[in-house]
Write a protein that binds this ligand. Structure first.
Ligand SMILES: [Zn+2]
Length: 307
């Protein structure tokens, strides 16, 4: 199976679906993390070509650590627009990778690049099957499944997961993928948040500084809520929905039967998979095992863009 996760910047796909893509890759599937822009304004000190090259190298290292593939397109950060040429580019990417599943942002988001990435993927969703549109790249015989990445936006509608993937077992890999995005997780994003002075610096010559392990420890501690909060929300929703499906009974967390159902749904890439996601066969939930920290969740599909 071929999975393409299309984010706006080098770090979006990694943040919102990195663990899920690692899981897919470990199951023998091909996972491609795409950035629609080169990220060349995503820093408070650097910019332009130097930053674009740095971020491309970070994305490459991150992908290597995760055992997935990466593609950073060379369009300016902050300038993405849902134009016809860009629609064709997205169609080509999805076709050339022979995608079975495509993930992307939801269309309501704080960042214009995220919004337009979502629009571009939506606009490509049907066109990938139209043979005479961009005929140089052979059309797909079957429409891929299009899924939205999780987010925390509440207007006009909050994200409501239909699927939740427990990534606790691959979080170590995911943290190392994010750790590779140095310009973002240790510089730009803390600067935006006004917390740059809290980031441990890497030891160079003095002894009064943290080492790389200390910095990563800071990363994990600071970012954990991003992945534990969806867990809490998913649990409440899962309990409600599964109870309905299950004659009023609570789901059994960590039941391997659920895992097998989940995996078989992904294995075939056939009608079973589609119907599970579209809810026709009921929504299958993978409940997190009881863990002290409650498990870590990421990447859930809020809805299916096209059947
Ligand atoms: Zn972004």
């Amino acid at each position: 199976m071929n999975i393409v996760c299309i984010g706006a910047h080098p770090d979006d796909a990694e943040v919102f679906a990195g663990g899920t893509c690692v899981k897919w890759a470990r199951q023998g599937h091909r996972a491609l993390l795409v950035s629609m822009t080169n990220g060349d304004v995503g820093h408070h000190e650097m910019a332009g070509g130097a930053l674009a090259r740095r971020r491309a190298a970070e994305a490459r290292l991150s992908a290597e650590r995760g055992g997935v593939m990466d593609l950073v397109l060379d369009y300016h950060d902050g300038e993405l627009e849902p134009t016809l040429p860009m629609r064709k580019r997205v169609v080509e990417i999805i076709r050339e990778f022979r995608a079975d599943i495509v993930l992307t942002h939801r269309p309501n988001d704080y960042h214009p690049d995220h919004r337009y990435t979502s629009i571009l993927v939506q606009d490509a969703a049907f066109m990938v099957t139209v043979p005479n549109f961009c005929p140089a790249a052979p059309a797909l015989a079957r429409n891929p499944l299009f899924l939205y990445l999780m987010d925390s936006f509440t207007k006009p509608a909050p994200f409501q997961p239909d699927i939740a993937v427990d990534v606790t077992g691959v979080m170590d890999v995911k943290w190392s993928m994010l750790d590779a995005m140095e310009s973002q997780v240790y510089e730009w994003l803390p600067w935006l948040d006004g917390t740059l002075d809290k980031v441990p610096t890497v030891c160079q010559t003095t002894t009064n500084c943290a080492d790389r392990a200390g910095r990563r420890e800071w990363l994990e501690k600071t970012w954990a809520p991003l992945f534990t909060e969806p867990t809490k929300k998913a649990r409440a929703r899962a309990r409600k929905m599964v109870r309905k499906e299950n004659g009023g009974q609570d789901p059994i967390c960590g039941d391997l039967r659920d895992l097998r159902v989940w995996e078989s749904a992904f294995d075939g890439g056939d009608q079973t998979f589609v119907s599970v996601l579209s809810g026709e066969a009921g929504v299958i939930w993978l409940c997190p095992r009881a863990r002290p920290h409650g498990g870590l969740f990421e990447c859930a599909a809020s809805s299916v863009l096209s059947s």
